[in-house]
Design a protein around this ligand. Structure first.
Ligand code: ATP
Length: 260
């Protein structure tokens, strides 16, 4: 079953076509990579899926529901959550508070019960605490739970963003450069963590990343964009061997005078 479908999607900013007639379909449970050189249109695709930008042409479907004319919070409520290339945390709140505030979306209590701290409210409070604890432990953030987000190392802030996105109970998780700023060892750990998260929460994952080791190690399939134009779609092995992809990343070899 397709969880996400992009059908002939185009996005223009004035005279610039950032995404040009892009189509791809992601199946339930897949970890799907979106790669391409700088400025290829990857983040623009995330912004189109999450309704931060409006689509110029084409359609996007999430679980067979058309996503047009929705607000970003409606998309999140449908089960599509994301992280950002430029980390967006509550910088002055602790790691714990950052996750707890996101968990509150799933709370269901009224002001009266919260003032009286009775029955259902207490149960909800315990549920939110357990959920927050579990997410912090899963992401390896438990020892940092009382540290203010802005004081965490960059790599841990990225993990905290993932924990926040998971707190919203997604079905589709969009990760925008989750390994940026991480060293090779941290990147390998993150790769394993992404697989664990996918299995544990029965997720589908769409991931933008420049670390090729991570993309090749974690993705089931990869879609390549170049200047907004689709270049290739395939398994990591197929993408690694694709001449057009190699040229887009490394440039085309010039024929020397001697070869003519
Ligand atoms: N709001 C905007 N207004 C105008 N142009 C934009 C806007 N957002 C993106 N662009 C342009 O669209 C193109 C694609 O940008 P995008 O950020 O999607 O690329 P990217 O593949 O994510 O790049 P990177 O790997 O560097 O993050 C770029 O030329 C960018 O300048």
């Amino acid at each position: 079953m397709n969880v996400l479908s992009l059908n002939n999607v185009t996005k223009r900013f004035g005279g610039l076509t950032a995404v040009d007639n892009v189509s791809f379909h992601i199946e339930q449970g897949e970890i799907f990579g979106l790669i391409g050189p700088n400025g290829a249109g990857k983040t623009t695709i995330f912004n189109l899926i999450t309704a931060i930008y409006s689509i110029t042409e084409g359609e996007i479907y999430f679980n067979d529901k058309k996503l047009q004319r929705k607000k970003p919070y409606e998309i999140a409520n449908m089960g599509v959550t994301r992280t950002f290339q430029n980390i967006r945390l509550f910088k002055k709140l602790t790691a714990y508070e950052n996750v707890l505030t996101a968990c509150h979306k799933s709370a269901d209590y009224n002001i009266f019960s919260s003032i009286m701290r009775i029955g259902k409210f207490k149960l909800q409070e315990r549920y939110l605490k357990n959920k927050t604890d579990g997410l912090l432990k899963l992401m390896g953030l438990w020892d940092y739970k009382d540290i203010v987000a802005s004081n965490l190392p960059y790599g841990l802030q990225r993990k905290l963003e993932i924990a926040r996105a998971l707190a919203l109970d997604p079905k589709l998780l969009l990760l925008d450069e989750p390994a940026a700023g991480m060293n090779p060892e941290e990147t390998i750990q993150l790769m394993e963590l992404i697989k664990e998260i996918r299995n544990k929460f029965d997720l589908t994952v769409l991931i933008i990343e420049h670390h090729m080791d991570l993309i090749m190690g974690v993705c089931d399939r990869i879609f390549v964009l170049n200047f907004g134009i689709p270049l290739a779609l395939g398994t990591p092995k197929e993408i690694q061997e694709n001449k057009k992809v190699i040229e887009a990343y490394l440039g085309k070899e010039e024929k020397t005078y001697a070869e003519d």
